[in-house]
Design a protein around this ligand. Structure first.
Ligand SMILES: *[C@@H]1O[C@H](CO)[C@@H](O)[C@H](O)[C@H]1NC(C)=O
Ligand SMILES: *[C@@H]1O[C@H](CO)[C@@H](O)[C@H](O)[C@H]1NC(C)=O
Ligand SMILES: *[C@@H]1O[C@H](CO)[C@@H](O)[C@H](O)[C@H]1NC(C)=O
Ligand SMILES: *[C@@H]1O[C@H](CO)[C@@H](O)[C@H](O)[C@H]1NC(C)=O
Ligand SMILES: *[C@@H]1O[C@H](CO)[C@@H](O)[C@H](O)[C@H]1NC(C)=O
Length: 458
């Protein structure tokens, strides 16, 4: 759907946008016509009973990308200290191309080289998505509608020096080959940059990737207990434990963490019963990061504050590097959570911001939600994806004017109903939204003109 209006004044005419918004209606999980299977490419070769070292991982990913080249492409976003590639499998119906209107989702695993379950589980996820595409409506729809990026290992050097069966990281492998913890090396909102970029090529590659792609939603997979943890991860005082450091999107983050936890048979109990910390419990299987323990320089806060992306951290298993015989079980425990969490990239509001006259996409326009002091900005097609819980929101697109003053370009009101109470404390946002009230408010642009337009269903 598209709203068009005339320039409000000469001075600001260059700022006036065609603000095309639509409430996204995507009946995920509902039966749809299935695609024919692509010939000869859908063999499942996974055995779920061994770890892939770097060479195996590379071969496995290359072979998957080759067999499923119509929906997958493999690339490296950089190299580790010891020169190993940081592989990313992109899964998308047009895997070599950016398509307007598709939100970007990512999973990053094995950031701590000795936390290994995620590395394997993400390879299984890649295979699952590729083999089920065209077979299962749910997966077909997810792959059709989402630009998916999966990085099984952010710390391939660490993995090589880690030891199978080492539950507590006693034999090393956590850090990169310069002995730096990648999960403590991102620029921090309170402390700034504390690590030399040259020492952490893995982090620098991921930062560049985040900036380039403008991901919408992300998961960072770890090990050591079983819980989903959400921002913020530290506070100004760096109190070691017990300090709830709340972000502006706290309710949304809690919800996203619950989606993962609720679908994980062990995590949802909140009682991982890890041998080292038998008394440690997490209500509903989730926790605020800083409340659990203060982590400066973590990746999830970086994504949220500087990357336009919502990220939470999933801890998958008590034992960091369990025997390979556990891998099948771990995959079974996490599969539904991994999928359900990915599907949440489609909740909330999305649309485009375009120049009213030329129709050109306007990137870097702020999307401001009244009451939430955290703006997102539009991506290269002028597209934005604002994940939101059910409710009524006033949303405004704001660009910086030629005079350096801000100009409110368009304001719209959205309502979402909560129509599904599968998560105990209520909020399963409806993807089938009510008709929004559209409002264009040009008052801040110098004229007192309001346009109102009835939305047309997309
Ligand atoms: C997925 O996309 C293909 C090709 O565009 C289309 O034919 C098919 O109907 C879509 N399937 C679903 C479930 O969205
Ligand atoms: C890693 O960092 C994330 C935030 O990015 C944090 O939630 C998590 O607790 C950290 N995990 C470990 C094992 O350091
Ligand atoms: C986006 O806009 C902000 C001001 O609103 C500016 O500081 C920033 O440099 C812009 N970024 C890009 C990539 O243009
Ligand atoms: C949204 O706009 C309506 C109408 O202008 C106003 O009454 C309401 O207070 C606004 N809500 C927020 C959260 O700003
Ligand atoms: C969001 O953008 C609005 C309009 O430019 C600005 O007034 C506000 O300070 C921004 N909020 C944050 C948290 O940056």
């Amino acid at each position: 759907m598209v709203l068009i209006w005339q320039p409000f004044s000469k001075t600001f005419s260059e700022l006036v946008l065609l603000f095309a918004l639509f409430l996204h209606v995507l009946p995920l999980g509902e039966g749809k016509k299935q695609l024919p299977r692509s010939a000869g490419a859908s063999e499942t070769v996974e055995t779920y009973d061994k770890y892939y070292n770097y060479v195996d991982l590379t071969n496995r990913l290359q072979s998957l990308a080759q067999s499923y080249s119509h929906i997958a492409s493999l690339s490296s976003i950089g190299r580790s200290v010891e020169g190993r590639e940081l592989w990313v499998m992109r899964i998308n119906v047009e895997p070599d191309k950016d398509t307007p209107g598709k939100p970007k989702f990512k999973y990053v695993g094995n950031m701590h080289g000795d936390e290994t379950v995620s590395r394997q589980v993400l390879v299984y996820l890649v295979e699952y998505l590729l083999t089920k595409y065209g077979e299962e409506a749910r997966i077909t729809e997810l792959v059709n509608s989402t630009d998916i990026y999966i990085m099984p290992s952010m710390n391939p050097d660490g993995f090589e020096s880690s030891k199978e069966g080492d539950c507590n990281g006693d034999y090393g492998g956590r850090n990169n080959a310069n002995n730096l913890d990648l999960n403590r090396s991102f620029p921090d909102q309170f402390d700034g940059t504390t690590v030399k970029p040259d020492d952490i090529p893995e982090v620098m590659a991921v930062i560049k990737w985040i900036k380039e792609q403008k991901f919408v939603l992300s998961g960072n997979l770890h090990g050591g207990t079983v819980v989903a943890s959400y921002p913020f991860d530290d506070s100004v005082s760096h109190q070691r434990q017990g300090h709830y450091s709340q972000s502006e999107d706290d309710n949304l983050f809690r919800y996203l963490a619950l989606v993962y936890s609720h679908n994980h048979p062990v995590m949802k109990t909140g009682q991982p019963n890890c041998p080292d910390t038998p008394e440690e419990t997490f209500k509903d299987g989730i926790t605020n990061g800083a409340r659990w323990y203060d982590v400066p320089g973590g990746m999830q806060d970086y994504n949220y504050l500087y990357g336009n992306c919502l990220e939470i951290t999933m801890e998958l298993s008590c034992c960091k590097h369990p025997p390979a015989s556990e891998l099948q079980k771990e995959w079974d425990l996490n599969r539904e959570s991994l999928l359900a969490y990915m599907e949440k990239v489609h909740m909330g509001v999305r649309g485009f911001v375009k120049d009213a006259v030329s129709g050109a996409a306007l990137s870097n326009v702020s999307i401001v939600v009244a009451g939430i002091r955290h703006n997102l900005t539009t991506a290269k097609f002028g597209d934005y994806y604002r994940l939101l819980l059910p409710g009524t929101y006033n949303i405004t697109a704001v660009a910086t004017g030629a005079s350096a003053s801000t100009c409110f370009l368009a304001r719209d009101r959205y309502m979402f109903a909560a129509d599904d109470k599968t998560i105990g404390w209520s909020l399963q946002p409806s993807l089938h939204s009510k008709q929004p009230v559209w409002r264009i408010d040009s008052s801040a642009c110098g004229t007192q003109r309001q346009a109102q337009s009835k939305p047309h269903p997309v």
